[in-house]
Ligand binder design. Structure first.
Ligand SMILES: [Zn+2]
Length: 111
C-alpha cells in the first residue's frame, strides 16, 4: 500500500499500477474459486469424468497458488518482475496473465 500510484496515471503505461494489478488479481482469484465450486458440482459423473475433473481442479489450484504468490510479490514490490531473469514482464503479458511470474523467454526455457 506504499506504492505511489498518483504519479503514473498519465504515463503511457509500460507497467500497470499496483492498484490495478491488485484488482485484476482479485478478479482472477474470484473466478478461479468459482471454477472450483463449479467443478465440485459436477462430481460423481463416472471415473473418466472424475479424472478430467481432477486434472482441471489441479490446474485451477495451481493458478490459485500463482495468484497468491503474485499478491505476495505486490506486497514486497517485486510484482511484474520475472523471477528468473529479474527483468520487467511486459505489460501486455500481465494483461493476459496478471499472475505471470516469468517473462515469455524464461517461461519457454523452463518448459
Ligand atoms: Zn525472464
Amino acid at each position: 500500500m506504499s506504492w505511489d500510484t498518483t504519479r503514473s496515471t498519465s504515463s503511457a503505461g509500460a507497467r500497470i499500477g499496483a492498484h490495478e494489478a491488485r484488482q485484476r488479481l482479485e478478479h482472477e482469484r474470484n473466478s478461479r474459486l468459482a471454477q472450483l465450486r463449479a467443478l465440485k458440482d459436477t462430481e460423481g459423473a463416472g471415473q473418466e469424468a472424475d479424472d478430467l475433473l481432477n486434472a482441471q481442479r489441479g490446474a485451477v489450484r495451481r493458478a490459485l497458488k500463482d495468484i497468491e504468490a503474485a499478491f505476495a510479490r505486490l506486497e514486497d514490490g517485486t510484482y511484474g518482475l520475472c523471477h528468473a531473469c529479474g527483468r520487467p514482464i511486459p505489460a501486455e503479458r500481465l494483461e493476459i496473465l496478471p499472475y505471470a511470474s516469468a517473462c515469455v523467454p524464461c517461461r519457454q526455457r523452463a518448459g
